[in-house]
Design a protein around this ligand. Structure first.
Ligand SMILES: [Zn+2]
Length: 408
């Protein structure tokens, strides 16, 4: 009681179908501080996402079910883009946060103000950036894509299970593939998960029931955590929430330009390691959330794909197969370290398994390993003019030897 809040009193006018529409809203902006950096997107998602947000045109989509935190990411994006020299217009339902300097409008179906109608009237104002709260119908999708193709940056959300499935949804909404290829910059998919209480966080070994949906053998290269329960978290082991996300960048996919369907693209994502899924992101955030939380929120299909990928391409860590027993590990080809994070993770697992065989105590951490691969890739491609580098692993002289071979 007696506390002061800043309330925004906002009047926005928008030339619409019949005359002028005036929207007046009173907003409580206590929750408006939604910086993109604070949402806990991993760098492999956030860094490319930010580049697309600074583009002059294109369609940037955020997807997930209701309650997946899409709005926070979208508003965070808007805040990141905001620049007083840009004309930014939004059509929302409802307006959840208010931003000074941005023209926000509320859709109102009763008086004929739908997303598509607002969008049409916006285009006459020639904005630089348009935020459409949600694409719910073919009309809105079409106008949005037309706008993205004619020099506007368009941000919106969709309900889809994962980032790549968005293509199927856009097909259903009648957007043709050529237009998607020309204008869709990226799709970010996300889920909220409960965050482990930092006060009572402790590492533990999950039961087989917990890890077996993802792994065929216990993943010794991972450390799992949970909250043991304390008075800070009401003995729930959780405190607050964080998110898992993934970013689909269509132009990264060779098969996309050949018109591949959703299943084919998902297969390419897995084979090439070109995209980290929400499961991969979850496993990178094991200090933040639990394996049960990851399994609770990600699509079942994604869990199955992860397991399949593990059994097909990662014989290193727990399988004392012929490769390990002869002291030689596998070879991994890298053509673009920036997008092949999953493959570099697999290389790291190979490295760990070889280091374990020779009981090398001075193992380097994952982050350093990624940097090692990236730096060597860049040096070698620059000095040799090659486009891809084959990294071979073997045990030698009591250590793990990694040789890099420039190809083509
Ligand atoms: Zn606690």
């Amino acid at each position: 009681m007696g506390q002061k809040y800043n309330l925004d009193f906002r009047v926005a006018t928008c030339p619409a179908i019949s005359g002028e529409n005036v929207t007046i809203r009173i907003l409580d902006s206590r929750n408006a501080n939604v910086g993109l950096e604070k949402l806990n997107h991993s760098p492999h998602v956030l860094d490319p996402f930010k580049i697309f947000l600074k583009s002059a045109a294109g369609m940037v989509l955020v997807t997930g079910p209701t309650g997946s935190g899409k709005s926070s990411t979208l508003y965070g994006a808007l805040q990141y883009i905001y620049d007083p020299t840009l004309k930014i217009i939004t059509a929302e339902d409802p307006i959840e946060y208010s931003f000074p300097g941005i023209m926000q409008t509320q859709i109102n179906n009763k008086i004929g103000l739908s997303f598509s109608q607002l969008l049409r009237s916006f285009l006459r104002l020639d904005p630089d950036v348009i935020l459409v709260g949600e694409i719910r119908d073919g009309d809105t999708a079409q106008i949005g894509f037309d706008a993205a193709q004619t020099g506007h940056l368009v941000l919106s959300t969709l309900h889809t299970n994962d980032a790549i499935s968005t293509l199927g949804r856009l097909d259903d909404l009648g957007i043709d593939r050529a237009q998607i290829a020309a204008s869709l910059s990226c799709v970010l998919a996300q889920r909220l998960v409960r965050r482990i209480c930092p006060t009572c966080l402790a590492d533990y070994v999950p039961s087989e029931e917990e890890w077996s949906p993802l792994f065929s053998d216990y993943p010794t290269h991972l450390t799992f955590f949970k909250g043991e329960g304390c008075s800070d978290c009401d003995f729930t082991g959780f405190s607050g929430r964080t998110l898992l996300s993934e970013l689909f960048v269509p132009s990264d996919f060779k098969s996309f330009n050949k018109g591949a369907g959703v299943d084919e693209l998902k297969a390419e994502a897995i084979e090439s390691g070109r995209m980290k899924t929400m499961v991969d992101d979850g496993l990178l955030k094991l200090g933040d959330t639990t394996i049960s939380e990851i399994l609770r929120v990600v699509p079942h299909e994604m869990i199955q794909m992860f397991r399949k990928r593990g059994s097909r391409s990662a014989p290193g860590a727990h399988d004392p197969g012929p490769a390990s027993s002869t002291g030689r590990g596998r070879g991994f080809m890298i053509t673009d370290p920036a997008t092949e994070g999953i493959r570099i993770d697999q290389m790291y697992e190979e490295y760990l398994s070889l280091a374990a065989i020779i009981q090398d105590e001075e193992k380097i951490d994952r982050e350093l390993f990624h940097r090692f691969v990236t730096d060597n890739f860049q040096d070698l491609t620059k000095t040799t003019g090659s486009h891809s580098i084959l990294f071979n692993f073997e045990n030698a002289d009591g250590g793990v030897r990694i040789t890099a071979v420039p190809l083509d």
